[in-house]
Design a protein around this ligand. Sequence first.
Ligand SMILES: C[S@@+](CC[C@H](N)C(=O)[O-])C[C@H]1O[C@@H](n2cnc3c(N)ncnc32)[C@H](O)[C@@H]1O
Length: 304
Amino acid sequence: MEGYHEPVLLKEVLDALNVKRDYWYLDATLGDGGHSLKILKLGGNILGLDVDSKALERAKKRFERCSIDISRYKLKLGNFRDLERLIKDNGFEDVKFAGILFDLGVSSLQFESAQRGFSIRNEGSLDMRMDPTLSVSALDLINGLNKGELYELFNKLGEEKFSKAISDTLVSSREVGIKTTKELAELVEDVYRKHGIRKWKIHPATKVFQALRIAVNDELNSIREALPQALEVLDEGGKVIVISFHSLEDRIVKNTFKDWEDQGFGKIITKKPVTPSEDETTMNPRSRSSKMRVFRKNRMSTSL
Ligand SMILES: C[S@@+](CC[C@H](N)C(=O)[O-])C[C@H]1O[C@@H](n2cnc3c(N)ncnc32)[C@H](O)[C@@H]1O
């Protein structure tokens, strides 16, 4: 299985789902299908969605190689913000899902493809679209937004403390033209050095990259729009599980679940978010910032 995205919090997801044979589960972020494959092996069926057609192809091949019966999974292209429409368009309107998983962010495949521009360390063009058909790339934002807009973006979506200096420098270096991930990373490094910071554990451009990625893929609105639809298509007693990788996303999930609980739709299973064990973060450093939250929808009998 080498070369596949390592599924984060896999045991914790499976413990929360308690997979039941022949029930349908919705994987809203299929990626390499790591979580889905386990669900399939435990007897559950999968509707898998991804905005990236490459992810669908890889997961399909992976399931075929594992001899999973083709009638037990359907893999479809689409953005989870259109969840209900995608479910209907693909003939699942009568299915209630026993569990729904959102494993947010990018996959290893996307991250490591230099030309897709997600990684600070790999030289590539500043693209950052998870869905390659989106019209606006990170480079378009860098070149098209004014100073104030860039400041807002880095400040709000990156919570970056040097947002002003970075946006000023970006705009003043437009004539030379920043084009690649490496050039952007170096520009941010320079800003940090000018502020007397010369050593770092986490690369100083991490937050700027995060902000651009969130904006390009409209990540916060996507999960905000998807969650109510997920609750709608979830079976009674079923669970919505969200794994997020930054505080802005996690806040949306936390507040939505709280709101659902207050309205009597069900119960928050994770009072505190579940985080990876030390073993997992050692084995898979990318799991470091993950947080999992679980909500269980009421059964009619318990909600009455
Ligand atoms: C972290 S990976 C999922 C990895 C997967 N759980 C596994 O174990 O292989 C996230 C995937 O979700 C997809 N994705 C991100 N946002 C999406 C959205 N709004 N709609 C559909 N897919 C999305 C990405 O393209 C990526 O393939």
